[in-house]
Design a protein around this ligand. Structure first.
Ligand code: SAM
Ligand code: SF4
Ligand code: SF4
Length: 353
């Protein structure tokens, strides 16, 4: 492993070439999913001819834990499990339990969160909570059956996801965050209805600009509804006032309903890129470190892990990967007036959304 020996890492926060620390880690625990959202895993690509990763290629829970521990030594404070659909990974609550035992170098617990499409959540919420999950985000792109089906390409009724959300709230995974990806002409007519539905619920609804992740969704800039437009449409019906971020570098910009009926957020990854404060690393299902959602290559951590290298050496390898990082894809896209790069980008289900 050339290039790792010179680096003294152990238990020190690392920063990349732009001075950004490594604070958050997203781990994709499976590249499979029980939905086929058109903007993420379109059925035309992710069908019976698609090669999902064979089981032996996936990191085991023990391997994930070993790697996560090294990330924590380097500054990670928050770990989010994602995919694909993380609740499809058998025994996921056992992984949560292992990770929830991790502590930062200052002795604080590492916060474990999970993003799910909610289909299996009603039956899993209790076990996840008991295992130590701190927070949950559920993706839901519409309330009417027609819109939900158009976005997620499924026969599963919306009710199933709403029941999952309710159960998560009930077991104390509150406040549940709900993510709505907005695509012009497909589900943007439900922005205000979604706001109305989740007001007064204690949940935080976040509206996400549709991004050009991967190469299979046929992304076009004219399908992006800018966050500013979403806010205007909501505020027309329910007046809003801005709120300070919870912490520096929070990606969602927060707003409160002026009448006190709750909070929403907007994530303007396309029109107001936040690369300059992006502190996220991503560990793919097969153990590669990607330092950007739009990266084309990842650093293989599984090979050294399976070759039995010492923990310090693993940490050094991760640190070196982060220290080389100069990604700022969304800011560059913005500078190119919305044109995405032509390079072969990695699919979100594999890298971890
Ligand atoms: N299956 C889980 C889910 O849907 O919540 C977790 C994985 S999914 C890839 C994570 C998040 O990425 C979801 O909220 C999804 O809506 C979002 N996402 C996927 N493709 C996207 C895209 N092209 N633009 C914006 N968000 C996207
Ligand atoms: Fe599956 Fe989530 Fe992608 Fe939808 S967004 S296809 S639920 S991984
Ligand atoms: Fe972070 Fe890459 Fe997204 Fe920029 S484009 S915010 S560097 S993941």
């Amino acid at each position: 492993m050339p290039g790792t020996d010179a680096i003294s890492v152990v238990d020190t926060p690392v920063v990349d070439v732009m001075g950004r620390p490594l604070r958050d880690l997203r781990i994709s625990v499976t590249d499979r999913c029980n939905l086929r959202c058109t903007y993420c895993m379109p059925r035309a690509v992710f069908n019976e001819n698609h090669s999902f990763l064979p089981r032996a290629e996936l990191l085991s829970f023990e391997e994930i834990e070993r790697l996560a521990r090294q990330f924590v030594r380097l500054g990670v404070r928050k770990i989010r499990l994602t995919g694909g659909e993380p609740l499809l990974r058998r025994g996921i609550e056992q992984l949560v339990e292992r990770l929830a035992r991790l502590q930062t170098t200052a002795g604080a617990p590492v916060e474990i969160a999970l993003t799910t499409n909610g289909v299996l959540l009603a039956r899993k919420a209790r076990a996840l909570k008991d295992a130590g999950l701190a927070r949950i985000t559920v993706s839901l792109d519409g309330l009417s059956e027609a819109t939900f089906r158009r976005m997620s390409d499924t026969d599963t009724p919306v009710r199933t996801v709403l029941d999952g959300i309710a159960e998560a709230q009930r077991v104390g995974l509150a406040p549940v965050k709900v993510n709505m990806v907005v695509r012009r002409g497909v589900n943007d007519h439900e922005i205000v209805a979604m706001a109305g539905h989740f007001r007064n619920s204690g949940m935080v609804l976040r509206f996400i600009e549709y991004m050009d992740v991967g190469c299979s969704n046929g992304w076009r800039m004219d399908e992006v509804v800018p966050a500013r437009e979403m806010l205007d449409r909501i505020a027309d019906r329910y007046p809003l006032r801005p709120v300070d971020p919870n912490y520096a570098g929070e990606v969602a910009v927060r707003w409160h309903y002026a009448d006190g009926s709750g909070e929403i957020g907007v994530i303007a990854s396309v029109t107001q890129a936040f690369c300059h404060e992006c502190t996220r690393g991503r560990l793919s299902t097969d153990g590669r470190l990607y330092t950007c959602l739009f990266a084309t290559e990842g650093l293989d951590l599984r090979a050294p892990l399976r070759a039995g290298v010492a923990e310090d050496r693993l940490a050094a390898l991760i640190a070196a990967g982060w220290q080389r990082r100069n990604d700022c894809y969304s800011q560059q896209r913005q500078a190119m007036a919305g044109a995405g790069a032509a390079a072969k980008k990695i699919e979100m289900s594999y890298i971890g959304g």
